[in-house]
Design a protein around this ligand. Structure first.
Ligand code: ZN
Length: 371
């Protein structure tokens, strides 16, 4: 398979991690400017981790630079043409720069949601509401069958817990994904008058967002959240923990990053609490902590005496919004729906077939489908 064009939906590793491997095939590459910067940042980080851990090197620096030279930056809602396809990006509201993509060729059209969030957050406005019709819909399924706690209630519970932890003399440790979640959590804390320490790659991502404020709902509030907080140098980490404190740090599923240093320091302190802020995938430390009370790091199994809770600050649409989105597309003429990116893609496809009477399929990895 030699792609002539590559269209990147957003700067999360599971959507853009392979791109530098493909530049030698000389495809045309398209993304928003924010997505291309995030793709470059993640590629450099992936390479660094592979070198540090002695893993197979996925690509070299010059391939990353080649990607950065070649990528074409496109704007939302402005159609362009690549290799005979007419393409248009729409804001997906998932992370800054994230896109839904409409493709059209020979009067046949396809709409791909990428990862999509229809609900506004502190950081973003939510996905575009006015979307074109499409013969084929490819939709993410992450939260099919699961709904989110209403945002305001979730924020209040989270803030109450953080305050209670610090007031009782503990450390409120908040593991976050670097892209989107760090900035969102910092803005929420600021909104409730709390100053945090922030540590890890989320600070680099904030600096990228500062360069493209048009992808953020309220750039001034984002700036306030970071300038009013302490950006942590690695040598400061020990000192911070001497007092009750709020620490926002990566990685969000506890599988690396500075959060492991902090956990090793607080794991035996029942006054401290870990506030997980998003989905914890199977086999990650975050899932092990919630289900079995331990994490694993450098061949150690660490059982935790500090407390741990999960707060679902998801950047994906919940069940109600996913079903509504499919219904709207099908009502305006979509003939087939592919359900992707979720634990229960087959369940979603079945619901579409039975409830909406529209053809639907949950493709498996590696399957090729001709439209
Ligand atoms: Zn994503």
């Amino acid at each position: 398979m030699r792609p002539k064009s590559i269209i990147i939906s957003h700067g999360h590793l599971d959507h853009c991690g392979l791109i530098p491997n493909l530049v030698d095939l000389e495809p045309e590459i398209y993304s928003t400017v924010m997505t291309s910067r995030l793709t470059g940042l993640l590629a450099k980080d992936t390479l660094k981790i592979a070198q540090y851990r002695g893993h197979v090197i996925p690509y070299y620096n010059d391939e990353i630079q080649e990607f950065e030279r070649k990528v074409n930056h496109v704007n939302y809602r402005k159609e362009f043409e690549t290799n005979g396809y007419f393409v248009c990006f729409f804001d997906a509201g998932h992370i800054p720069g994230s896109s839904m993509i409409h493709l059209e060729k020979d009067k046949k059209s396809l709409f791909y949601t990428g990862d999509v969030n229809l609900i506004p957050t502190e950081l973003q406005n939510g996905a575009d509401k006015e979307l074109p019709e499409a013969d084929v819909l490819m939709i993410e399924s992450t939260y099919f069958g699961k709904d989110h706690t209403p945002r305001k209630l979730l924020e209040e519970r989270f803030i109450e817990s953080v305050k209670e932890t610090v007031d009782s003399g503990g450390c409120a440790l908040i593991p976050v994904f670097s892209i989107g979640r760090t900035q969102e959590i910092m803005m929420i804390l600021k909104k409730y008058g709390l100053n945090a320490h922030v540590d890890g790659m989320g600070v680099d991502v904030y600096n990228l967002m500062k360069r493209s404020p048009e992808f953020v709902k309220d750039p001034k509030m984002l700036d306030k959240a970071f300038t009013g907080s302490n950006i942590v140098d690695p040598e400061e980490r020990k000192r911070i923990l001497k007092n009750p404190s709020i620490i926002v740090t990566s990685a969000g599923m506890l599988n690396g990053g500075p959060v492991l240093y902090y956990i090793r320091e607080i794991y035996d302190d029942p006054k401290s609490k870990i506030h997980l802020t998003g989905y914890q995938a199977q086999d990650t430390n975050g899932r092990k902590l919630l289900e079995s009370g331990y994490i694993e790091d450098k061949n150690d199994r660490i059982h935790l005496n500090c407390r741990a809770e999960l707060y679902d600050f998801s950047a994906h649409s919940g069940d109600v919004q996913l079903r509504r989105m499919v219904r709207e597309f099908c009502d305006s003429g979509t003939e087939i729906v592919f359900t992707v990116h979720g634990d229960n893609t087959e369940g979603f496809a079945e619901w579409i077939r039975e409830e909406l009477g529209v053809e639907s399929k949950a493709p498996v990895n590696g399957e090729t489908i001709y439209i």
